[in-house]
Design a protein around this ligand. Structure first.
Ligand code: PEP
Ligand code: MN
Length: 338
């Protein structure tokens, strides 16, 4: 349900509606539409009293919506949400957000060397896994809290926002203490308990598409987060599993313009997991920007052959520098900036 306000309505009128919804056990998502403000009715624990909303001061009309996607869907004319990644970085309108760093946090020296190089090249945030989702239980699982400490320190020293994955509900508070952005990985996209748990805290969420998820399932996962009150969700396309074998995953870039059409959430692209091959990272990043992505998530390592995880898909520092330079022309052609 959407409450459309009259053009002359003020913030007080909008707040009145939001309070009314709260009394009904619901919440309201306010859209500062031009010329009319709108309030989208959200929540599953209450019942909207349509007549009461229609009779409230300065309400123009109430629209009935029967869509499965509510919080994440885009209303006509609405802009993509701008999301702050900590105090110094953001994913917003014309500015592309480039998040870069190693697959796993290995050591302080490794992380600092990579962090300062990606910062200098123009990244806005540093990625690095402390809790790693691994296919084999015999593979390196990450340094855990020690990794989080190193990540937070690298963020402080470089001024970069830091992004890292959370895999368990009982780790949400711990990860949120160190990270600026909480990543929910591809394997966890279907974990509705984890989605709700990250939705109950306020740090932004980087939600990766499950490798077998449809667009609708991807957006419904975002709904789980947003319904708990955290609207700061960044979607990330990271490839899906197909019959193809020359790539690790098939990067399904058509989802980018489609998400732009149907959703208010920003979407970034991960060409590293999306291809599994470092030589494909640059062309697929250029393509991602060309089709409207709001940013990129790129794995970078100072010595990819020695990387503990995902060396094959990681750019080295020199490659990352020229990658960023080359991206400028594509950004400009897409009317975006780095
Ligand atoms: C990652 O980005 O560290 C990662 C594990 O990616 P995904 O969840 O997309 O596999
Ligand atoms: Mn990786």
């Amino acid at each position: 349900m959407i409450v459309v306000m009259k053009t002359a309505s003020t913030t007080e009128h909008v707040n009145y509606i939001v309070n009314l919804l709260n009394q009904m056990g619901l919440s309201g998502w306010v859209i500062d539409g031009n010329p009319q403000k709108m309030i989208e009715v959200l929540g599953v624990n209450g019942q909207a009293d349509r007549a009461l909303l229609e009779d409230a001061p300065m309400v123009d009309r109430v629209l009935e919506e029967a869509k499965p996607i509510l919080a994440a869907s885009r209303l006509p004319g609405e802009k993509t949400l701008e999301i702050l990644l900590g105090s110094a970085a953001s994913i917003r309108a014309r500015k592309l957000g480039i998040i870069a760093g190693p697959c796993s946090i290995e050591s302080e020296g490794q992380l600092l060397e990579i962090a300062s190089a990606v910062k200098e090249a123009g990244a806005v945030a540093l990625r690095g896994g402390a809790f790693k989702p691994r296919t084999s239980p015999y593979s390196f699982q990450g340094h855990g809290e020690r990794g989080l400490e190193l990540l937070a320190r690298a963020g402080e020293e470089t001024g970069l926002a830091v992004v890292t994955e959370v895999m368990r509900c009982d780790h949400v508070d711990l990860v949120a203490r160190y990270a600026d952005v909480l990543q929910v990985g591809s394997r966890s996209m279907h974990n509705t308990h984890l989605l709700a748990a990250v939705g109950r805290q306020s740090k932004p969420i980087l939600l990766k598409r499950g490798w077998c998820a449809t667009l609708e399932e991807f957006l419904l996962a975002a709904e789980y987060v947003m319904l708990e009150g955290n609207r700061n969700v960044i979607l990330c396309e990271r490839g899906i599993r197909t019959h193809e074998t020359y790539v690790r995953n098939t990067l399904a870039l058509a989802i980018v313009p489609e998400i732009k059409r149907v959703s208010r959430l920003p979407i970034i692209v991960d060409p590293s997991h999306g291809t599994g091959q470092s030589h494909l990272v640059t062309p697929m990043s250029n393509a991602a920007i060309a089709c409207g992505a709001d940013g990129l998530l790129v794995e970078v390592h100072h010595s990819p052959p020695q990387a503990w995880t995902d060396g094959q898909q990681s750019l080295d520092l020199e490659q990352f520098r020229s990658f960023m330079k080359g991206l400028k022309a594509f950004a400009a052609a897409a009317d975006r900036e780095l």
